[in-house]
Design a protein around this ligand. Structure first.
Ligand code: CTP
Ligand code: ZN
Length: 155
C-alpha cells in the first residue's frame, strides 16, 4: 500500500456523478471554468489540488456529483486536459473509465466571439470549431481563438 493510501481519503468518495482524475497539478480551476461549473447549479463539487499521486507525483482531481459530463463537454475538456481520466460513478461504483481523447472538432459547446458570425445570428446554427495545435478555429467565419477558451463556453 502506498503512502498516499495509508491515510484517510482527502476528498470523499461520491455516490453518483463524474470524477475527473489525473489532471495536471494546477489545472483544476481552469477545467471548472471551461466546463462552466461555478456551483450555481447546486451540485456538490469537490476540488483537490496538488493531491499526492503515485503516477504523477502531484495531481488535481475534480468530483462533480449528480452529473455526468456530456460528450460535447468531454470534447472541450480534451482541449486543455488531454491526459485526464473521466470516471463515471453510479451507486459508488466506477461503471465507466476512459481517457479523454483529443478531437478534431468541437460542436455546440463554444460560442464564436465574432458578432457577425452566422452562428450568432437569428438562425439556429450550431457552432463548430476546428481544433488546432494551439486554440480553435470557427468553421463558419474562420475566427481563431488561442487563449481564454473558457470565455467561449455557452452558458
Ligand atoms: N471515486 C470516487 N467515488 C467513488 C468511486 C471512485 O470519488 N464512489 C474516485 C476515486 O477516489 C479515484 C477515481 O474515482 O480518484 C477512480 O476510482 P478507481 O477506479 O476506484 O481508482 P483507481 O483504480 O486508483 O483509478 P486509476 O487507476 O484511474 O488511477
Ligand atoms: Zn464564427
Amino acid at each position: 500500500m502506498s503512502d498516499a493510501d495509508n491515510h484517510q481519503l482527502r476528498v470523499s468518495k461520491i455516490r453518483n456523478g463524474t470524477v475527473i482524475d489525473h489532471l495536471t497539478a494546477g489545472q483544476a480551476l481552469n477545467v471548472l471554468a471551461i466546463l462552466g461549473i461555478d456551483g450555481s447549479s447546486g451540485d456538490t463539487v469537490s476540488v483537490g489540488m496538488n493531491v499526492p499521486s503515485d503516477r504523477l507525483g502531484a495531481k488535481d482531481i475534480l468530483k462533480v456529483e449528480g452529473r455526468e459530463l456530456t460528450a460535447a463537454e468531454v470534447d472541450v475538456l480534451s482541449l486543455i486536459a488531454p491526459d485526464a481520466t473521466i470516471n463515471i460513478v453510479r451507486e459508488y461504483d466506477v461503471i465507466d473509465k476512459h481517457r479523454v481523447e483529443r478531437t478534431d472538432e468541437v460542436t455546440g459547446v463554444l460560442t464564436c466571439p465574432n458578432p457577425p458570425c452566422i452562428t450568432n445570428g437569428d438562425e439556429p446554427v450550431r457552432t463548430r470549431f476546428q481544433v488546432l495545435d494551439a486554440g480553435v478555429r470557427c468553421v463558419y467565419c474562420g475566427t481563431i481563438v488561442h487563449e481564454d477558451l473558457a470565455t467561449l463556453i455557452n452558458t
